[in-house]
Write a protein that binds this ligand. Sequence first.
Ligand code: PGA
Length: 258
Amino acid sequence: MARKPLIAGNWKMNNTIGEAVVLAQEISNEMEPDWLDAVDVAVFPPFTDLKPVYTVFEFDKLGVAVGAQNVFWEPSGAYTGEISIPMLRGIGCAYCIVGHSERRQYFGETNEDVNRKVAALVADGTQRIDPIVCVGESLAVRDEGSYLEFVEAQVKAAFAGIDAEAAAHAVVAYEPIWAIGTGRTATPEQAQEVCGAIRETLSALFGDVAAQMRVLYGGSMNEGNAELLLSQPDIDGGLVGGASLKAASFIQIVKAAL
Ligand code: PGA
């Protein structure tokens, strides 16, 4: 089944409101609207920039989606500092990154937390917010050789208790930690090996539905390496960090997915 590629720009903790609006406007100016027939494009600004960035694309009538970098699973309540799914809905978010390795590493997010967030996001389909579930091994795990088992366990844990119908629109992003922000990209073969294994795991969990679920690669993707990575059979797009902060680089990566 043909899967529409997704290019997702993870801005991380970068850009104040003014900077975010400028970057969104630059992306909007350089993007040809008909590219979006062939590729889905989304950006993931910090929470404080979500609404202004959404408004830039809305004003330009450009179908670039906006997503959040994190969410809490409870709908409301005494959870100081957290942001809920209904809040993201109210802003118009179409996606939410879950379980990024920086959240696992610096903020102690566990596989159980990731599972609760994914389950909450896919539970209510009225106004979909599709999770982008991040998985990936450290350099130590890669060197030791058990990376396929490690990633498979992360995928199974993230989707525990979730059925195929609910999981159908979820996205998985393979992001080897040793490739994030390091300039050391996985080779297309290394990335395909793990993305193929992720698809097999999804097949085991969800049967035929796995063929329609998108699997992205992330980790130092840039305009120079995107085309080869995106040409792999099980890589359906990219989760782009550093290179998504410059409109020209991000646009080149979008073009590589066409
Ligand atoms: P990078 O980040 O492209 O800067 O390596 C990717 C990510 O963390 O999503």
